[in-house]
Design a protein around this ligand. Structure first.
Ligand code: SAM
Length: 155
């Protein structure tokens, strides 16, 4: 299981997701361009020293990332408000990459169309969306639960 961040634009969210990846033992793919420099202080503040404990792979752009994951046979599961399947009803596989959209603008239609599946987190009527890091934690947790990804954790 891996987490992918599509052109992330809010540094503290990326820091939070890097910490999530470090704590749950999940690698993080960052799809450029990012909306902030890698040296951003708020990213470092949110990731703390966990940034050193997570495997991060940077991809030059969407096309490079998509070619890379296809060549390795990873299924790409987009987590997006437009998803047709509720995440709890989706059957995750250990090799899946869970991709999150941009905090400001979600995921462009052509990128969404290239994904193998799109799942959503049900919300109450009248609200727009969750914070991207919260959405990532919710779906990653279910995906790890389904695929035995929590079995080798210490605590
Ligand atoms: C603030 S939301 C943006 C959502 C919105 N689609 C947009 O166009 O502005 C940032 C990201 O969080 C994730 N997200 C937030 N709420 C979600 C939900 N209810 N279901 C699935 N993903 C969600 C998605 O990855 C989304 O791209």
């Amino acid at each position: 299981m891996r987490l992918a961040l599509f052109q992330p634009d809010i540094a503290p969210n990326v820091g939070t997701l890097l910490r999530l990846g470090a704590c749950l033992g999940v690698a993080v793919d960052v799809i450029e361009p990012c909306g902030f420099p890698a040296s951003d202080k708020s990213l470092k503040r949110a990731a703390m020293d966990y940034a050193e404990r997570v495997e991060v792979k940077r991809h030059d752009d969407w096309a490079a990332f998509n070619d890379w994951r296809r060549s390795l046979g990873h299924r790409l599961v987009l987590v997006e408000t437009s998803g047709s399947v509720t995440y709890g009803d989706f059957a995750f596989a250990a090799g899946d990459i869970l991709m999150l959209g941009r905090e400001s603008a979600g995921t462009p239609p052509d990128v969404e169309a290239a994904c193998d599946a799109v799942v959503h987190i049900p919300m109450v009527a009248g609200v727009r969306s969750l914070n991207v890091a919260i959405a990532g934690a919710i779906v990653l947790s279910e995906a790890l639960r389904q695929t035995g990804g929590y079995e080798h954790r210490d605590t």
